[in-house]
Design a protein around this ligand. Structure first.
Ligand code: SF4
Length: 310
């Protein structure tokens, strides 16, 4: 079965085996981050609407759960900003009412929480992982290249309000871009914002796959540790590498489609794909070679190895 809105399940660093739901078309987003692994082309918008029909998501979820073992998490994520889909609240309620006992995570850029309706729509999520890479307007514009109507102060106020109203966990993710948001001034501003937002955890992350700006580099472990030391926060941590699978099993029979669906959302190495698909690397390599020969995928060399992407 070729799904349009579901992808994975993928082994997530924080959520175990996670089935993704992508509620917007490729790169439909309120931001256009310089590190975005979904690439440069973008539909930059603040307009909320039913980008992916609720009926399609319902149907795909029903088929998926009839035919596959349950994942550890269902996660709203993918190649754009999920809260832009105006039916996200309906999808959450459908999951809660029809697919029991599976926690739901929302990966979001956190830009729309100043809107009451958005906070209302997502309140049934188990955990929200919003990102905040800057707390000053200048650095926000440089890293996140937002829609012109977005202001970082409004975003921070939205996150503060979310914390007041939302009962689940908030893990605030901060993506460190060396030379941009790790200066003393920006780290101080970020710490002040974090102190007001009061997330359950602060997770420090950095680039680990190709983005649209080739000159960007990942922060080193030392640089990330410096951020942690500077903030002196007990609840801040560097996001660890993906855990090993406990029990790998062939998640999806339609391997070539699963590979294309996965790398359409983010570039992956052979190891990434092997973990995602629950197949040995030499098995995945056969599919990769064939897709490459058919010119359906391309290979990009990066520090972490060869990445496959569309
Ligand atoms: S990284 Fe996320 S928030 Fe930033 S442009 Fe890409 S999809 Fe949007």
């Amino acid at each position: 079965m070729q799904y349009n809105t579901l992808f994975g399940p993928v082994p997530s660093r924080r959520l175990g085996i996670s089935l993704g739901i992508d509620l917007v078309p490729m790169k439909t987003c309120t931001l256009n981050c310089i590190y975005c692994e979904c690439g440069e082309s973008t539909h930059l918008t603040l307009e909320r609407r039913e980008y992916v029909p609720f009926a399609t998501v319902k149907q795909e979820l029903s088929i998926y759960f009839e035919n596959n073992p349950p994942p550890d998490y269902i996660t709203f994520s993918g190649s754009g900003e999920p809260t832009l889909n105006s039916r996200i609240g309906d999808v959450l309620h459908f999951i809660k009412n029809h697919i029991h006992d599976i926690p739901v995570a929302l990966l979001t850029n956190g830009t729309l929480f100043s809107q009451k309706q958005v906070r209302e729509d997502i309140k049934a999520a188990t955990v929200i992982i919003p990102s905040l890479d800057a707390a000053t307007e200048k650095v926000f514009r440089k890293i996140n290249r937002p829609s012109p109507h977005l202001k970082v102060d409004t975003i921070i106020q939205g996150l503060i309000q979310l914390r007041k109203e939302y009962r689940g966990k908030i893990w605030l993710e901060i993506f460190i871009v060396p030379g941009m948001n790790d200066t003393e001034q920006e780290l101080t501003a970020l710490k002040q914002a974090i102190d007001k937002i009061k997330p359950d955890q602060v997770q420090i992350n950095t680039l680990d796959r190709p983005g649209p700006v080739p000159t960007l580099r990942a922060a080193t472990r030392q640089e990330l540790e410096h951020v942690i030391d500077f903030w002196e926060m007990e609840n801040a941590a560097i996001v660890a590498d993906a855990p090993e699978h406990k029990a790998l099993f062939p998640y999806r029979k339609d391997t070539a489609s699963a590979i294309l669906g996965t790398i359409a959302r983010r570039p992956c190495t052979l190891t990434d794909l092997s973990e995602i698909l629950g197949l040995p690397t030499d098995e995945v390599k056969k599919y990769i070679d064939s897709l490459h020969t058919d010119k359906k995928i391309k290979i990009v060399k990066q520090k972490r190895g060869l990445f496959y992407q569309l």
